[in-house]
Design a protein around this ligand. Structure first.
Ligand code: SF4
Ligand code: SF4
Ligand code: SF4
Ligand code: F3S
Length: 375
């Protein structure tokens, strides 16, 4: 095993290959506070990439309701049970990652889901944690809670699917960090399915090989954000490229949210993969749960998000979510507008910090009609 540095757990760790970071790293930020679980992202991905027989249960993108939802069922709680309680010393992880806790002869701690685990993609949808008594009125703070967690492959810096494949069929592209399965090389050993803690590699029974999110690389190569991002109704997603904390570029939208403003966190950093999909945590969820799922920086991220509305730069960037199909490599505020630029420095989008409000008279004299709001 090689020794590599994982900034998300604040220490060196063991991995099966030496550290080889791509020249830029595909990444996304999801704002969980805005997701409405409409599943448009799920359908956008499905229609684009996984239609056809044998792919009915393949959801490269899925949106599950936490704490009870999960696809495949209980993907995270089963692994957490095996790994045991996590131990952090500040922001340094003192427990074992899935690579360090691997049993002899195996590359990581992995769980192979059973077929029935894939049969109910939306199990637990909208189920809240907490007792809801008959006649209960909404009082604040509202104690029953749940939230929507959109999930895709994390295009991990240290992918366990890649480490687990005995045929070397999984590779990480040096130019953008997207993790792919070589469809010509794969022989269906399914170690990638077992090894991925996020369960984002899927075995296709009709072809006998595995498939996974391809990061919409044909779009990314043309400077476009992915289909699941472009189609997000709630405008909760932004795709771009992320640097390490030491190399953070403050006007890069992803670096700004993750490294500069500490608003977005990886999912289960304790697994040790340096996952590259980041989440703005839901601000209404109890802290112990947030810390289990997003790590020890959860409290800081929630506080920063609550305070963000007085920071015009953060407001501007949040307004840029879902505003363009182009990848934004940088952004800045100009007056009361937020402007996004592509890799060549050309402007690709401009949005107002505040949506304009138009007030119209109740009586339209020109048309001689009364206007009534029926909403
Ligand atoms: Fe591989 Fe899973 Fe990481 Fe995706 S999330 S790169 S499938 S280990
Ligand atoms: Fe699907 Fe592309 Fe989104 Fe991956 S990045 S989940 S392939 S739409
Ligand atoms: Fe959430 Fe956006 Fe997907 Fe709708 S399209 S479920 S808002 S991530
Ligand atoms: Fe390897 Fe997974 Fe195929 S383990 S051979 S990529 S099914």
């Amino acid at each position: 095993m090689a020794t590599v540095y994982n900034w998300q757990i604040g220490r060196d760790m063991s991995y099966w290959y030496p550290q080889a970071r791509p020249s830029k790293q595909f990444a996304m930020v999801f704002d969980t506070n805005k997701c409405i679980a409409c599943q448009t992202c799920t359908m956008a991905c499905k229609n684009a990439w996984t239609s056809g027989r044998g792919q009915e249960y393949m959801f490269w993108n899925n949106v599950e309701t936490k704490p009870y939802g999960g696809y495949p069922q209980a993907w995270d709680s089963k692994l957490l049970e095996v790994l045991g309680p996590q131990q952090w010393n500040g922001t340094t992880y003192r427990g074992k990652t899935i690579f360090e806790a691997a049993p002899a002869g195996e590359r990581s701690v992995g769980i192979q889901p059973d077929d029935p685990d894939y049969t109910s993609p939306n199990i637990g949808e909208d189920e809240v944690f907490g007792q809801v008594e008959k006649g209960l009125k909404v009082i604040m703070p509202h104690t029953p809670w749940m939230f929507y967690l959109p999930r895709i492959c994390n295009h991990c810096t240290y992918p366990s699917c890649l480490a687990s494949c005995p045929r070397g069929s999984v590779y990480k592209r040096p130019e953008d960090g997207i993790v792919l399965i070589d469809q010509g090389r794969c022989r269906g050993y399914r170690e990638c399915v077992r090894g991925c803690p996020y369960k984002k590699s899927f075995f296709r029974s009709t072809s006998g090989i595995s498939e996974k999110c391809i990061g919409c690389y044909p779009l990314v190569e043309r400077g476009l954000q992915t289909f699941c991002v472009q189609n997000c109704i709630g405008k909760i997603r932004m795709m771009g490229f992320l640097h390490t904390p030491e190399a953070s570029v403050p006007d890069n939208p992803l670096d700004f949210l993750v490294h500069e403003k500490h608003l977005a966190l990886p999912l289960y950093p304790q697994f040790g993969l340096e996952a590259n999909i980041y989440y703005v945590p839901p601000i209404h969820v109890p802290l112990p749960y947030l810390e289990q799922i997003f790590g020890p920086r959860a409290q800081e991220a929630v506080a920063n998000y609550k305070a963000a509305w007085s920071d015009p730069e953060v407001v501007g960037l949040i307004e840029l979510f879902g505003s363009t199909d182009r990848i934004m490599n940088s952004f800045k505020l100009i007056g009361d507008e937020a402007v996004g630029y592509n890799a060549s420095g050309a402007e690709v989008v401009r949005v107002p910090l505040k949506e304009p409000v138009h007030l119209r008279a109740a009586y339209d004299a020109a048309l001689q009609v009364e206007r009534r709001s029926i909403t």
